[in-house]
Design a protein around this ligand. Structure first.
Ligand code: HEC
Length: 259
């Protein structure tokens, strides 16, 4: 009896705990609402990434021409709009090459205290919601080397490279509920809130759309085959369904004389 109960308890825990953990870590994240099928968004995201991020972050598992094909772009379009790097001999990087940059690792480590990581897999390791929230959560903090901090990445070593566009946010401890010292009330610990204090060249909405596109692109880069793979899945299931019918008929045929 005892054993049965513990098995049931264990099974329940196994089912519930992943959800509990999920709820916990994702509570503060904003939903990216990115759409991997939206090619326009992916194209914009790629362009933004190459313009604003690739000076520091490489995508060393991606080749320009593969990305171009997936995003519905021609090699020519990629050459003209996306490739700004050169090889050691000074020739323009070719479309078949990996999306690397020429950042000097030693210098970078000195500037940022850490190397800007390759972002090929960040779409998978962090997930789109985290990336989106991260890009929307830089705030002014004069105690940090670059004058900014980030609510989802405390003591971040990355400058707010999009500050000109977004403007600058400040972190405000929201005070509401009971006044301090009031009796009988619960202490309301309202979550700190980011408020845009100095506006940038983009409206808040345009900035969110831009960061959504970048997030979408990084999610695609993390798993370029995701959209194809899901399409295959349907065919595999259909095949299994049809195969089952024939397997069943065959089984019936084989067993009909065995009685
Ligand atoms: C000037 C260099 C620089 C630029 C430009 C830059 N970053 Fe970073 N980024 C960094 C550094 C350095 C870190 C590591 C921060 C740390 O570990 O404290 C980082 C970290 C990150 C991380 C967290 C990676 C992880 O999983 O820990 C993400 C995501 C990221 N950057 C995205 C971007 C995006 C998107 C852009 C373009 C909009 C961008 N970065 C532009 C320097 C840069």
């Amino acid at each position: 009896m005892k054993i049965k109960q513990s098995i049931v308890a264990f099974a329940l825990a196994a089912v519930i705990m992943p959800f509990a953990a999920f709820a916990n870590t994702h509570a503060v994240l904003q939903s990216a609402n990115n759409d991997l099928h939206d090619k326009d968004s992916l194209q914009r995201g790629a362009k933004y990434f190459i313009n604003y991020c690739m000076g520091c972050h490489s995508l060393k598992f991606s080749r320009y021409n593969r990305v171009a094909a997936d995003l519905g772009l021609s090699d020519e379009e990629v050459k003209e709009n996306f490739i700004f790097t050169h090889d050691k001999k000074g020739d323009k990087t070719k479309v078949g090459e990996l999306m690397e940059n020429s950042l000097d690792p030693d210098a970078a480590a000195k500037w940022f205290g850490t190397l800007p990581p390759d972002l090929s897999l960040v779409g998978r390791s962090r997930g789109p919601d985290w990336i989106f929230t991260y890009l929307n959560s830089f705030y002014k903090d004069d105690s940090r080397p670059f004058g900014v901090n980030n609510t989802v990445f405390p003591s971040v070593g990355m400058p707010h490279v999009l500050a000109k566009l977004q403007g600058m946010q400040v972190l405000e401890e929201a005070h509401h509920g009971n006044k301090e010292g009031e009796e009988g009330g619960e202490a309301h610990h309202a979550a700190p809130k980011l408020v845009l204090k100095a506006s940038g060249t983009m409206s808040s909405e345009a900035y969110r759309n831009m960061t959504r596109d970048i997030t979408n692109f990084l999610a695609y880069v993390g798993e370029p085959a995701a959209t194809h793979r899901k399409a295959y899945g349907i065919w595999v299931l259909l095949f299994l369904g049809i195969f089952f019918v024939f397997a069943y008929l065959l089984k019936k045929e084989y067993w009909k004389d065995v009685h």
